[in-house]
Design a protein around this ligand. Sequence first.
Ligand SMILES: [Zn+2]
Length: 299
Amino acid sequence: MMEEKRILHIPRERFPDLLERKIYTMFPGGRRKVFTLSYDDSQTCDRPLVEMMRKYGVKGTFNVCSAQIVDDMPHQLRPWRSMTMEECVELYGDDMEMAIHGAHHPYWGRMPSAQAMVDALEDRRNIERATGKIIRGAVYPYGSYTEDVKQILRLLDIQYCRNGQGSGKTQIPDEPDWLRLEPTCRHKDPNLMKYADDFLNVGGYLLHMFFVWGHTYEFMVNDNWEIMEELLKKVSGREDIWYATNIEIVEYLKASQQLIYNLDMTIVRNPTDKDIWLRIMPKDILICVGAGKTVTLPD
Ligand SMILES: [Zn+2]
């Protein structure tokens, strides 16, 4: 009984209420939302999309088949074709991400594991040699994968692999399966503009990612480039949205999970090479924990 009384008399200010103090990860600049695109197969008709993205100040990822065999139709029957690596490097530049999509675009999940490994590795090496960059993003060709394929990507140090048609959601899960990173929707989804409106209007403190994917030849086949123009007009140029490539988002979120706190949540150490933004509630204080820094959190 005496023991219990003694504990109850510890001054409250020496024992901050852990549950009252809430710390939320924010995106760079204290933003809560991010918008990104992901387009597959590195075809020449990516050019109008890249130009449109630069015009509206949005960023994204282009998933490259570096052995250039995604040609299921003779060139003369259509006005686009697979790009060479030189064309890819010239078009995507330094602002867009180039990611792995299978050098030969095979069904990784339906072939011997060693073959899938060689194909993924070949694509990574081709893109790295052409760009002089480290490439760690991927998309499953045809969405085909197995647990063995995921393990191969882990061993190849791939940080994320996009898969799935789209969840219709923008809220980022507590523990995303990075090697099965699900986008929000395809651009041809009839609910595209509804998802965009929901994303623009969503409140709260949790992080949201609006992630749209597709193939640019769909715009050519359906003659509907205006869908993308309408989407980018709607979501671009907003202070509260971060515009980033897929790998920038994944690397930022992974870095944010490496922050180290004391139990009272008064000290935080950032061992990563990225500045990480936090929002501290209930006082609603925004802070940036610099790369490699240890910071005392405000009360
Ligand atoms: Zn593809």
